[in-house]
Write a protein that binds this ligand. Structure first.
Ligand code: BG6
Length: 281
């Protein structure tokens, strides 16, 4: 429950009615909560720092312009650590609530990464789906490259019975095994330990299945899917993650990370994921 954890001025709420809502924190444009028919779909750590001082541990943080460690700045880039502005307030039409946030380069971003850009992040909430679209606009006079990712944390009743589907036959880089390249041979990928894998050349839909529901992740212009769970030892080492919380979450992250994206001056590129919930009967 977010009550008492966030300040009203820090969040935007998309209210779809009948137990359907999304709460987005302006810090990083991080979706903190998505309730679908009264049920919370996203994991947010009880220890997540929500005072604008740190990237938020949970929900859907946005990674831009760098996935992973970075010589120029913080791990996973700066977008998740910047305050975004509201480009267009939530609006409801035909059962869909839409809202956009924006982030442009400023003195701080140019100090570590000297490019001009505008990001627009649009969320679209329906009765059973949440689409998030990131548009990258190169507003400068030279091209640049970047990697990007939607770092979705999904809530699950029990990681032991949670699977990720749609990855069979794909090559992946196992970051837990020194970046070894391997091939997935399972239809239902289980997560029994510390997992950090970058699956490449993904199909347009992968899904997370747990005992209560399935969330399908539809990718548009995303080619990679990262499956991450820190497991117990790494969880204990993180100050903003509860020791036992690894058993109630899994990250299934849609990205363009294995090969940097090139964008020319004046060009605009869009990346979108659509999450769809199906409850189990
Ligand atoms: C995942 C990476 O996307 O994010 C992991 O693949 C990383 O390597 C994880 O540990 C969490 O990163 P952070 O910076 O939020 O602790």
């Amino acid at each position: 429950d977010l009550a008492g954890r966030v300040q009203e001025r820090d969040v935007v709420i998309l209210d779809g009615g009948v137990g359907t809502s999304v709460v987005v924190h302006l810090h990083g444009a991080t979706a903190l909560s998505w309730k679908c028919d009264g049920k919370e779909i996203l994991f947010l750590s009880k220890k997540a720092v929500l005072d604008n001082s740190k990237a938020i541990r949970g929900g859907i943080p946005l990674v831009f312009p760098q996935f992973g460690p970075w010589t120029c700045g913080p791990q996973h880039g700066f977008a998740r650590n910047k305050r975004w502005s509201v480009e267009s307030q939530p609006q409801k039409a035909d059962g869909t609530v839409t809202c956009s946030l924006a982030l442009s380069d400023d003195e701080d971003t140019r100090k570590i990464w000297n490019y001009r850009f505008k990001l627009v992040y649009t969320l679209e909430l329906t009765k059973s789906s949440l689409s998030t679209r990131l548009t990258v606009d190169n507003t400068g006079s030279e091209g640049f490259t970047f990697t990007t990712l939607m770092h979705s944390y999904f809530l699950t009743p029990d990681i032991a019975t949670t699977t990720v589907r749609g990855l069979k036959g794909l090559n992946y880089v196992d970051k837990v095994k020194n970046g070894q390249e391997l091939q997935e041979d399972r239809d239902k990928v289980t997560i029994p330990q510390n997992y950090d894998r970058v699956y490449q050349k993904c199909p347009s839909t992968v899904s997370m299945e747990c005992s209560s529901h399935t969330v399908s992740v539809n990718l548009s212009n995303f080619t990679d899917v990262v499956v991450w769970n820190p497991w117990s030892e790494k969880a204990r080492a993180m100050s903003d993650f509860g020791d036992e919380e690894y058993s109630t979450m899994v990250c299934v992250e849609a990205g363009r990370v294995s090969c940097p994206v090139q964008i020319a001056a004046g060009q605009q590129l869009a990346f979108q994921q659509t999450l769809q919930v199906q409850a189990k009967l």
